[in-house]
Unconditional design. Structure first.
Length: 414
């Protein structure tokens, strides 16, 4: 049996708050998540997943794959870094070796007799590589390992093009396309089953492909520019401008103007307001006229605050990074390069802080920690509106994140 194991390493911390409740390989860039793209390279192969221990049971609910354990009856495993933007498969067969780049494990091809040394906890340990150097052959490789969320935003357009060319290949138009819809370069447009595109819409694939999933509703007089991805069961409101690089996960409701922004599943930005060069988690609701600046007035590179560090991203365009379950009130305005945590409630008439820790209640008069019981209730209500139920494992992870972020808030405050 051919077997691979996709793992997280310690660099997952760079992707907080987006990965508090998911492994880093569940993040999306292009048409697929990192996990989906790796799995596509290995048909008829046993898939295993390594993640942080507190995510184990929650991730096990979502996949038929083995999580945080490997089977001893296999010949060996190919361990693959979940941050790898894989374009061609790494051979499962071959001699034992560890592929590294910049002192980071890209992959490890290991015989079964030596696999006991490779555990989820070990891959998260920064000293693990030094342990392995005494035992295994190392090979320097060139690979594309993402380092920060803004890397995903920066490469998103090109990755949509690459995924379409590699896996979709040609446009295939299904669904109901009403009279009065204009499609430019329709051979680069793929539209799924039961999708409805209303009159007056323009789908412009001149600068890149457009992939639209199943059961999507695109309301009248909307513009969709490629390269772009719209997942299953998405609703796009009338007069929307979904511009190049927009990447909308399943069961989202979106409107207004969106450009080069990745939105994970089950989030809402239904109303007018600009969202550019941003990465938004799941179960987010952006109130009407919420806007994010994505360019400084000096046209310089954007700096972000991540907990107690200031990082120059090297990006000229960068809007905001927002964790899951965060909500904003109407007319909320975010400055360039904002980092907004997990499960925040933002109700401000003036511009919020550029960095907002997770579980923060931010209003003009009060800044405090969001009560965990109240926020869990809100999360359950929003999920119920999409016919989803928070499981017991999901609630445990929610509470674990609260404990983790409480320590980080104290670090930030000090």
């Amino acid at each position: 049996m051919k077997s691979i194991c996709i793992f997280e390493d310690g660099t997952y911390r760079n992707f907080l708050p987006l990965v508090y409740n998911r492994p880093v390989y569940e993040l999306r860039c292009g048409i697929y998540s990192f996990l989906d793209r790796i799995v596509l390279q290995y048909p008829d192969t046993e898939i295993n997943l390594f993640c942080r221990e507190y995510l184990n049971n929650l991730i096990s609910e979502s996949y038929s794959y083995s999580v945080n354990k490997i089977k001893s009856n296999n010949k060996g495993y190919l361990f693959v870094n979940g941050r790898l933007l894989m374009s061609t498969p790494i051979s499962v067969s071959g001699k034992e070796e560890i592929g590294i780049m910049d002192n980071t494990i890209v992959y490890a091809r290991i015989l079964m007799k030596n696999c006991h040394a490779f555990t989820p906890e070990k891959f998260l340990d920064p000293d693990f590589l030094n342990e392995l150097k005494r035992k295994f052959h190392f090979k320097k490789v060139n690979a594309r390992l993402v380092q920060y969320p803004w890397d995903l935003i920066d490469i998103n357009k090109e990755q949509i093009k690459s995924d379409f060319t590699s896996h979709i290949k040609d446009g295939h138009i299904q669904g109901r396309i009403c009279d009065g819809v204009h499609m430019i370069k329709d051979f680069q447009i793929s539209i799924g089953k039961n999708t409805v595109i209303k009159p007056g819409c323009v789908l412009d694939a001149e600068n890149g492909p457009i992939y639209i999933g199943n059961n999507v509703k695109i309301s009248s007089n909307s513009v969709i520019e490629g390269p772009g991805f719209i997942g299953d069961n998405v609703v796009i409101q009338p007069l929307s401008r979904i511009l190049a690089g927009s990447n909308i996960g399943k069961v989202c409701k979106v409107g207004g103007e969106i450009v080069n922004t990745i939105i994970q599943d089950y989030s809402n930005k239904q109303h007018d307001g600009f969202l550019g060069d941003s990465y938004i988690g799941s179960w987010v609701n952006l109130g009407a006229d919420t806007v994010s600046s994505n360019l400084t007035n000096t046209y310089g590179t954007v700096k972000v605050q991540m907990f107690d560090k200031i990082i120059d991203t090297g990006q000229t365009f960068l809007g905001m990074i927002m964790g899951d379950h965060t909500k904003t009130a109407i007319n909320t305005k975010f400055t360039t390069g904002s980092i907004i945590g997990f499960a925040c409630n933002i109700l401000m008439t003036h511009t919020p802080s550029k960095f907002i820790p997770s579980f923060s209640w931010y209003s003009d008069n009060v800044t405090r920690v969001y009560d965990i019981r109240r926020e869990l209730q809100v999360a359950r209500r929003m999920m119920a509106r999409r016919n989803k139920k928070m499981t017991r494992n999901g609630e445990k992870v929610f509470k674990t994140i609260f404990a983790l972020t409480e320590m980080e808030r104290k670090l930030h405050d000090n």
